[in-house]
Design a protein around this ligand. Sequence first.
Ligand code: SF4
Length: 338
Amino acid sequence: MINMIQDKLIKWYKENKRDLPFRNTDDPYKIWISEIMLQQTTVAAVIPYYERFINRFPTISSLSKADLEEVYKLWEGLGYYRRAKHIHETSKILMEKYDGIFPNEYEDILSLKGIGPYTASAISSFAFHKSYSAIDGNALRVLSRVFEIKENIALNKTVKMITELSNKLIVDHDSSSYNQGLMDLANMICKVKNPQCTNCPLSDDCLSYKHHSEKLLPISIKKVNHKELSLITGIITYEDQYLLIKNDDGLLENMYGLVQYEVESPYSFISKFEEDYHERLEAVSFIKDYRHVFTHRTWKMHVYHFVSSKPLDHMYTKEELLTLPIPTAHKKIITSII
Ligand code: SF4
């Protein structure tokens, strides 16, 4: 499989790519400006700003001579204004240190202000056709689904592992089309919710699609501060029945609630549930994140749907469960989902 998905992705990209103004160039300066604008900002919002900016400052030299206020003015409405300051400062450094020629070494690009590993890889690949994988949230989503990676993508070690895997895929391949293909596939087909697997060029090789885990992945659980608990919360069903457990003690004593554990992923939820209730559940899909603030703590609940293969004690129909005393934290989940 490792030799196939990149070919399929590149072929699909060439046939389906979005026509974006910053794709019709391999000028590193223009690619740099577009990539900085695209940080935290949608493609649709960036296009008119990019065109106006490049029209006014077509080269590093013209930008370096500009008044900072004019750069800000052209950035007005795009947000994250520190980016405008960084590119203006960097254009001066590019003139002084690199004679106005954008550097083509990855480490030099990475050393520039406002440029992190993703942007340095994107510029190296799009402008200089070097073998660097540009791994952002979109690429992490697609690759973790294709290879069914069940690790938390919010952790650096997972990003590193996926980047290394991706770097192997692009050896001797067109890295620019591969990276941009991942972006377009994430945007057009392998969407956050409801990936369009039946239209996907990678569906024959995608392990998540094969194992029906595409709506569970990627796992993205961000670390939270000590007062905030990160929980996996389960809507556990058997046919039309839902599991609700009465709390014996603690914060919500005598109230009925969904089963939830402070664990890393829905897979560890399944193991913990099996330990406690001697029943192995099957994970069906990620539903939504919810937050509930109590006086002294916050629950960040990552809600997943699990099914049981047989009826369990404490299962209720929809009508029955709405008559039970349920704390607000779970009531809002139950009323919006069930
Ligand atoms: S088959 Fe589905 S989950 Fe897999 S990459 Fe394609 S859209 Fe994403």
